[in-house]
Write a protein that binds this ligand. Sequence first.
Ligand SMILES: [Zn+2]
Length: 316
Amino acid sequence: MRQILTPNEPWTQDKVELHMHLEGCLEPDLWNKFQRKYPSLGIAPVTTVTYPFTDLSSFLAWRYQGDRLLNEEEDFFDLTWRYIERALDNHIVYAEIFFDPQAHTARGISLDTVMSGIIRALRQAEQRYGWTARLIPNILRDHPLNTAEEDLAHLESYGKWIIGVGLDSRELPYPPRLFRDLFDQARRKGWHIVAHAGEEGPASYIWEALDELGAERIDHGIHAIDDPILVARLKTDRIPLTVCPWSNKRLGVMTDLRTYHQLFQEGVVLTVNSDDPAYFSAYLNANFELISPYFSTEALQQLIDNSFAASFRTDF
Ligand SMILES: [Zn+2]
């Protein structure tokens, strides 16, 4: 199944994606389709080719407004299908896809509406292309804890589709330890644990994600570079980081792209991902392309291999 790497073309390789938010696949044409479908929401159309945000706060304002455009089963189907098409174009053979249940249930959208649209698309991809994915609901740091608890309890009924639980949204001022009970519950349900930490938050948030939540992968985690003892821990315990170069660049959270290579050289297990690809106008291959000047062909191959090894599938 997996091809041999040809020089300078890592993007022709089969790959796995581990850090991609489904709501982040709302490309401008889909935004406008739903904006026309739901005029009473009073949301303006996108009139530019790329979303015009400048930093994390303005990006999140766009993202959360985009979430409000997702209301019916077929909206979630269209969104998921768009990612599947892009995943096939990008030689992604398997993905563990993030989504934000509370972003929808807080607006009165039933979790069954969300899930049936997503799963219908995943089933169609499996039947048509043999393409598979699993889902990781993320707890939104800035939403009430009890709503996360309710949504996770509901998601238990979706069985095999849910492979883990994550933590996202603004890191500051929400340190991972605040969510310890929820992650203890998730672990008892048999789900894997991941968490966004060390993107805008400090290295101490990564320590907390590991020690308080039991995270098996850290999403972003780039601020580990500030703490040599943490780098050693990530290396020794082989905790993967799911880094997202275009996201970091466009949100200005990392100005020196050589940092990825520095972490890689220190022996940290890095994987490359797209985060919110429609908003950053960059799916997975574009992310590889961005960092390729800093990595040898062999190192790029290692990053690809890492994405298979870091997944929660056991048959790679
Ligand atoms: Zn993310």
